[in-house]
Design a protein. Structure first.
Length: 391
């Protein structure tokens, strides 16, 4: 059985992180989220993968190549325009001639759910969908069930319109008949796979398989922090894992549990790295700096005395001396949607330069290439390449 992974999307709600990289290439535990998915597919016994790529596809193709490093054989299908999940799946049709697993490339999953879907498909012949129960289902496609049979899939319904807490986990088992069903589905603009599953008798009845193990979605920046924290927990529980790689950690630096350091990281004297922190390769953390629940992309610089909490720091960004990015509970708006009670300090885009003694308020999103002069107080959303001076 083959696997088709849909990894063509952009992830506009994660800008500026996705200005030049597809969402599945965002790091979780110092490796791309898509790499974790490929590892789960391989662990489930699948050796042939079709990767549907589109937006900045060179980032994916250059990283994974032919898949040999992960003991899989990768073929690439190109979605030139991002016209929905159904349209993306159609691009894989030339490479599929039997039953297969389909997965969204921006979801964190473990191999057991893939194995469960394979077993159910082989035993029953039904089309299958993985579902998971969460407390806030209205962000996703809610799945209504009669036992294990799917009766409806409702995309992001208003709160209170359904009692179901089961959502579409973005993993499926199909036969090749799904492709004709997608083509026969009436669409207005984007072709959503869920519309086909709702309306086409060829893929019904649809069997729901509950997710066992961890599941996660990266729709918003703070999702990346949550998944990273989980990945570090798993990494630490593996007795063969190394939390620090080649680099230099000063003897007076303090490294607490649940952290991960990439290659060539330098941690200067008196610095403190607290739980939930992943630091990418070639990063420098200055003397007496404090990092807690932070994802630091490669080549970034954290200045002496800086304090950064609940935040994401982009590639080659600089956080100047004694600058503070405050963590904690906040409210912010993304794509016109208000999010309340979010634990999120801030996002600093690639190549941004924050000088000394700056205060960044919780919930701030600083664009790519932004320059912030010393002593400024920053809040809200700052456009790419803007310059901020002390007011």
């Amino acid at each position: 059985m083959k696997a088709v992974i849909l990894a063509a999307g952009e992830g506009s709600r994660l800008r500026p992180l996705t200005n030049h990289r597809p969402k599945p290439m965002l790091p979780v535990g110092n490796k791309p989220l898509l790499e974790s998915i490929i590892e789960a597919v391989s662990a489930a016994g699948i050796a042939e993968i079709v990767l549907v790529v589109g937006y900045h596809r060179e980032r994916i193709q250059n990283h994974f190549g032919d898949g040999n490093q992960w003991d899989v054989d990768i073929t690439y299908a190109i979605q030139e325009k991002q016209l929905g999940t159904g349209h993306a799946l159609l691009q894989a049709e030339p490479y599929i001639d039997s039953d297969f697993i389909a997965l969204n490339g921006d979801r964190y999953i473990e191999s057991q759910v893939i194995e469960d879907l394979i077993d159910e498909r082989r035993q029953s012949g039904w089309s299958c969908i993985a579902v998971t129960r969460i407390d806030t289902p209205n962000r996703f496609g809610i799945v209504e069930l009669d036992g294990q049979t799917v009766t409806d899939i409702v995309e992001k319904p208003p709160a209170g319109t359904t009692s179901s807490r089961q959502i579409n986990a973005g993993v499926y088992a199909f036969g090749p008949e799904i492709f004709d069903s997608i083509r026969e589905t009436e669409s207005f603009g984007e072709q959503a796979l869920t519309t086909t599953l709702q309306t086409q008798s060829k893929v019904q009845p649809l069997r729901a398989i509950s997710v066992t193990g961890r599941w996660g979605d990266v729709s918003y920046p703070w999702d990346l922090l949550s998944l990273n924290d989980y990945a570090l927990d798993q990494f630490q529980s593996n007795p063969d894992s190394e939390m620090t790689q080649a680099g230099h950690v000063a003897s007076t630096a303090t490294l607490h549990d649940d952290f991960l350091l990439g290659e060539n990281v330098t941690i200067h004297p008196g610095a403190v790295v607290l739980h939930g922190t992943s630091i990418g390769e070639n990063v420098s953390v200055g003397a007496n700096a404090v990092l807690e629940n932070v994802v630091v992309f490669p080549d970034a610089t954290i200045g002496p005395g800086a304090v950064v909490r609940d935040s994401i720091i982009g590639v080659n960004a600089t956080i100047g001396p004694n600058t503070t990015i405050e963590g904690g509970n906040t409210e912010l708006t993304l794509d016109g949607e208000v999010h309340r009670n979010v634990e999120f300090g801030g996002l600093v885009g690639d190549y941004a330069r924050l000088k000394a003694n700056i205060t960044v308020k919780p919930g701030t999103v600083i664009g790519e290439g932004v320059g912030v002069e010393s002593g400024a107080v920053v809040s809200g959303r700052i456009a790419d390449n803007a310059s901020i001076v002390r007011g």
